[in-house]
Design a protein around this ligand. Structure first.
Ligand SMILES: [Zn+2]
Length: 297
């Protein structure tokens, strides 16, 4: 009996020593394999996988750009990208040359999509401009000035069907006029996760020749209106007719905006200043080739 006890103690001891030895060896090899990094990566994959599952179920199929699968990559050179400027999306507008027919607009958006362009939200544009990293090789920001009804009725469905984003700049004092959007239409835009709404002032004045007091009221009041109506922190001001002066950026920043859009032609870049971003005007009558050349593709 005593012997049996002795033997079993020896066996247990040997087993313990063996286990400890095995642990040491395998621990070492785990360290050699950099196992902690592997573990982190698989956890990260799982998190990404879960959130993209969530995105799929909550935002439905059409918004493929809403999926968090786009990896932001820092660029070695300063990033420049086109901010497209549209007004009316309609066939013919009396006394106004600022229109693009619906079928041309659809052709242009389809061409961008086929060429692999990623459409930016205002928040994404801000990130690109402030961190010099981007979510795709080709990026573009699609904008609409003046808040026309046809931008809501025609442009939004085309963009939505293609899973592309758009930003609409509203003259808050003109809401509900014959050819401009209503509050309900703005809420419609806001409810679509691909669309966003920014300010185009209250009454579309020439900010270059406005007094600071008048300009400030235009910037503050329009933002307040949109913030209250849409429960958002309106972050982009689009200057009426693209006009501004040396005081405008400071006033806009003080009013709470983060970006300012002009009509100065060219690609947007942080080198121009966050409150003086260039845009690419899209005129009617373009071919796919001329349009794609205008965005620098
Ligand atoms: Zn305008």
């Amino acid at each position: 009996m005593k012997k049996v006890l002795q033997i079993s103690i020896v066996v247990i001891l040997v087993a313990l020593v063996g286990m400890i030895f095995f642990k040491m060896v395998s621990g070492k090899s785990a360290r050699l394999e950099n196992r902690p990094i592997k573990v982190t990566k698989s956890v990260a994959d799982k998190v990404v996988g879960e959130s993209s599952e969530k995105a799929k179920s909550s935002t439905s199929s059409e918004q493929e750009q809403a999926k968090p699968e786009h990896k932001w990559v820092k660029s070695d050179t300063p990033i420049e990208f086109p901010i497209l400027m549209y007004h009316h999306i309609a066939d013919v507008v009396d006394g106004n040359t600022l229109f693009v027919p619906a079928d041309e607009f659809k052709m242009e958006m389809t061409a961008l999509k086929n060429a692999g362009y990623y459409t930016l939200s205002p928040e994404e544009a801000y990130r690109v401009l402030t961190t010099n990293e981007k979510p795709a090789e080709k990026i573009v920001w699609v904008t609409f000035d003046d808040g026309y009804k046809n931008a809501h009725d025609t442009a939004m469905p085309i963009l939505t069907a293609l899973g592309m984003k758009g930003s609409f700049f509203i003259i808050t004092g003109n809401l509900g006029n014959e050819d401009t959007m209503t509050d309900v239409m703005l809420s419609d835009l806001k409810a679509n996760p691909l669309m966003s709404v920014g300010s185009h002032t209250v009454s579309h004045p020439d900010l270059e020749y406005s007094s600071n007091e008048a300009a400030n009221a235009e910037l503050v009041d329009s933002k307040k209106y949109l913030d209250n109506l849409l429960h958002q922190d309106t972050s982009v001001i689009c200057y009426p007719a693209g006009r501004y002066n040396t005081e405008t950026a400071g006033l806009a920043e003080a009013a709470g905006y983060k970006l300012g859009l002009t009509t100065n032609p060219g690609l947007a870049s942080s080198a121009n200043g966050l409150f003086a971003l260039n845009r690419v005007r899209v005129s009617y009558g373009q071919t796919e080739a001329s349009f794609m050349a205008s965005v620098g593709n």
